[in-house]
Design a protein around this ligand. Sequence first.
Ligand code: AMP
Length: 114
Amino acid sequence: MDNCIFCKIANGEIPSNKVYEDEKVLAFRDIKPVAPVHILVVPKKHYASIMDIAGEEMDITAHVSTVIQRIAKEEGIAADGFRVVINCGKNGGQEVDHLHYHILAGRNLTWPPG
Ligand code: AMP
């Protein structure tokens, strides 16, 4: 989608610190990390948010879960644990309107979030 920063990162127009890539998703390190490990997993297809995935395309969510498992093993964060966050909309604190999953790890994350 025009003027979408994560579409531009996904198609290579804007560089990123890449962690994983396949034909459907790109994972890269967040530019402003809020934890020692902060990785974004982004479907290459533009979905404005989790609310924008049509029922027949929902297999992307399973694929992202598989990618998250793989990254957790490769980053060495599976044993100590981590958090996966999808911010959605205004109250969810979503700033980039292209669906992305935050993987946060490397410190004890508090609950509830702010
Ligand atoms: P959200 O508030 O859930 O929409 O999160 C957007 C995230 O994207 C924030 O954590 C930003 O730091 C991150 N971000 C924005 N631009 C970039 C970029 N060019 N490269 C990596 N991360 C980015």
